[in-house]
Design a protein around this ligand. Structure first.
Ligand SMILES: [Fe+2]
Length: 285
């Protein structure tokens, strides 16, 4: 399936991402959905605007990409929809309906698992008029911008990712300590610093913050300083797409070749509600 059946594709920024217009996702036939999937694999991220999507529409759409992934913290999922995770500051009957301030800081999702999620989709139900942007950094562009000598030094390095480390050092959502059962379900893993994309072999710089504890074979603080340097390099403006949200936006990015971060907003003044869905991924190589 090629992307040519899609009526209108424009890049989100030169060389990265695709805004797809003229498709109604909730009513799209399977061939159209497969063309959207193909655009996703090619461009690193896709954006579709003005999409009225019910939870079951979101599940059908995400299932075109693969199997939906479970979420680590089930208490933040939409009632009746365990695959739909709610990001919100909204309080209903005295209880938060979702996670607040998740995903601040450059990272790739589920990086503490042996098979991190292939993609992350966010659907905007209600968004503040300012703040709460989502930023995506293009790991392929960053890799391609490195001199060959630097690439040779970095290719083959491995990062030690740890959910325990992440839980112990995170700045947000510190309200309770993770249970021993959850820690046992999420043992430490090693992932490559430079990741190949299975669709065409293209390479991406794949450093991250949060879950990275060390560079294998490199003592700290030098190891983490290298990770910080690479994240800073990859997230400079030249490689970053900044998404300003509108209600009805579907933004989906490929975690195999990007980093992302949320940004804060005035949560006393505004309400934000986003629905997040994940697609299962493979072992990085
Ligand atoms: Fe995230």
């Amino acid at each position: 399936m090629t992307t040519s059946v899609l009526p209108n594709i424009t890049e989100l920024k030169p060389g990265f991402g695709a805004r797809i217009d003229g498709v109604d996702l909730a009513g799209a036939d399977d061939a159209t959905l497969q063309a959207v999937v193909a655009a996703f694999h090619q461009h690193g991220a896709i954006l579709l605007r003005d999409q009225p999507m019910k939870p079951q529409d979101l599940l059908r759409f995400i299932s075109a990409f693969g199997e939906p992934e479970d979420h680590t913290l089930q208490e933040n999922t939409l009632p009746g929809f365990p695959k739909i995770y709610v990001l919100s500051n909204r309080i209903v009957d005295g209880k938060p309906i979702g996670a607040h301030n998740d995903g601040i800081g450059w990272h790739t999702d589920y990086s503490y698992r042996a098979e991190p999620v292939m993609s992350t989709m966010l659907y905007a139900v209600e968004v503040p008029p300012e703040g709460s942007d989502t930023l995506l950094a293009d790991g392929c562009a960053a890799w391609n911008a490195l001199p060959p000598e630097r690439q040779a030094q970095l290719d083959g390095l491995e990062l030690h990712h740890s959910w325990r480390h992440f839980m112990n050092t995170r700045e947000f959502n510190r309200q309770e300590e993770p249970s021993e059962a959850l820690l046992a379900e999420n043992p430490d893993v090693l992932h490559p610093l430079v990741r190949r994309h299975p669709s065409d072999g293209r390479k991406a710089l794949w450093a991250s913050t949060g879950t990275v504890k060390e560079v294998v074979g490199m003592p700290n603080p030098e190891g983490l300083a290298l990770v910080d340097e690479l994240v800073e390099f990859m997230t400079q403006e030249a490689f970053v797409y900044r998404h300003k949200w509108r209600a009805g936006d579907v933004l989906m990015w490929d975690n195999r070749c990007t980093l992302h971060t949320g940004t804060l907003y005035d949560d006393q003044k505004y309400v934000r509600e986003m629905h997040r869905l994940w697609v299962k991924g493979d072992r990085p190589y």
